[in-house]
Design a binder for this molecule. Structure first.
Ligand code: NAD
Length: 363
């Protein structure tokens, strides 16, 4: 299979982890006789420094022409500490999602048994958890009108949804639920928000087309609590942009660390694959970042964008194998980890690559 893959490393730990995602893709191509051609482009702070724009036209052009995109993260302490800056790294990410029509963000909460003790939640509550989040990505307060009064003392962000935006992601989520355990929980705040009432009304309508799927509606505050109390009760969770952003960071603790969670953003064109974490300036350049979320994002790319299920399984099994052998990065190490098995970004990436290259892991 021939594919053109655009790599957008971004800022902070983005380049450190994406290098390993790319290396894994190249190794999979070698093992399975595929031809993956890589190109690279700028986004975020790196792009602002080089061109003045967080998403240069060249990046967008390359993105539109590629078959899939592997992304790292954007962000820099400079902007976090100065909210008044007008040109910001995250604008690049929001724009590319909009331009590529990436309306559904899939975040599987994949729980490796070896990491049951890395979570701050008790292992007996976590064991058996398998959740697939669908976070809407192109609406909500992120894209609604933003205002600030002349005296700068009042501000607002418009929470806005159109019916078609809810419908299209709902179909994707129901189709996924049909292939899983046929349970879908739609999360909203319909007791307070009008946009949530439209959300719920739309899901209620669409649910009639999927009678085999058991649909549940839950308020965001309750969902945040249930996720920690009894994560096993969830199968597919469908929610809006802001609620999904927050809930999936919370859910990352189920998987042990932000460094373990991959995501796929899809619409009707090129897919976009990235870890859920940000640029993590606190650990950037220190060889401390966990590269497994980027590597797991590659597994999602192989499966979802290219339909290469066997190749995706090899990547997943390689990660599982490394963890079973007791190797950990700092963020997922616990009291029982042999200190000699605590690896840096580079060493962890090399180890996963080695297992794939030696074909130590098959399906
Ligand atoms: P973050 O995800 O960057 O980091 C949160 C915490 O998790 C930090 O303590 C960090 O060290 C840790 N962490 C994150 N990824 C890790 C990994 N792979 N291995 C080990 N530890 C990891 O979130 P933040 O600190 O809130 O934001 C930092 C910057 O990232 C900000 O500028 C923010 O705007 C940006 N951000 C970007 C994205 C994105 O590009 N998709 C997402 C979230 C935040």
């Amino acid at each position: 299979m021939n594919k053109n893959i655009l790599v957008i490393p971004g800022d902070g730990i983005g380049p450190e982890v994406t290098a390993w995602g790319k290396a894994v893709l190249a190794q999979i191509a070698t093992n399975f006789g595929h031809e993956f051609t890589f190109d690279e482009a700028l986004m975020g702070h790196a792009a602002i420094e080089a061109t003045g724009s967080p998403l240069p036209d060249e990046t967008l052009d390359k993105a539109k022409k590629s078959d899939a995109i592997l992304f790292g993260a954007v962000g820099h302490a400079l902007y976090d500490n100065d909210p008044s800056l007008k040109v910001r790294p995250e604008q690049g990410l929001l724009k590319i999602r909009k331009e590529l029509g990436l309306y559904a963000n899939l975040r599987p909460i994949l729980l490796f048994d070896e990491l049951l003790n890395a979570s701050s939640i008790k292992a007996n509550i976590l064991k058996g958890t398998d959740i697939l989040f669908f976070r809407e990505l192109t609406g909500d307060v992120y894209f609604g009108e933003k205002t600030r009064s002349e005296d700068r003392n009042t501000a607002s962000d418009l929470m806005i949804y159109h019916r078609y935006e809810v419908e299209r992601i709902a179909h994707k989520a129901y189709e996924a639920a049909m292939k899983r355990n046929k349970r879908l929980c739609s999360v909203d705040k319909a007791n307070v928000l009008e946009s949530s009432r439209l959300w719920r009304e739309t899901i209620q309508e669409i649910s009639k087309q999927y009678p085999e799927v058991e649909t549940e509606h839950m308020f965001i505050d309750n969902a945040a609590m249930q996720l920690i109390k009894d994560p096993k009760r969830f199968d597919v969770v469908l929610t809006a942009n802001l609620f999904g952003d927050i809930l999936t960071d919370e859910a990352s603790q189920i998987a042990g660390s932000m460094g373990m969670l991959a995501s796929a953003s899809v619409g009707d064109g090129t897919g976009f694959f990235e870890p859920i974490h940000g640029s993590a300036h606190d650990i950037a350049g220190k060889n401390l970042a966990n590269p497994l979320a980027s590597i797991l994002s590659v597994a999602l790319m192989l499966d979802i964008s290219f339909g290469l299920k066997e190749e995706a399984k090899v990547v997943l099994n390689a990660v599982d194998h490394v963890l079973k052998e007791g190797y950990r990065t700092n963020d997922i190490a616990d009291g029982s980890t042999n200190p000699y098995h605590v690896l840096g970004t580079q060493e962890m990436g090399k180890l996963v690559l080695k297992f794939i290259a030696e074909k130590a892991v098959t399906i």
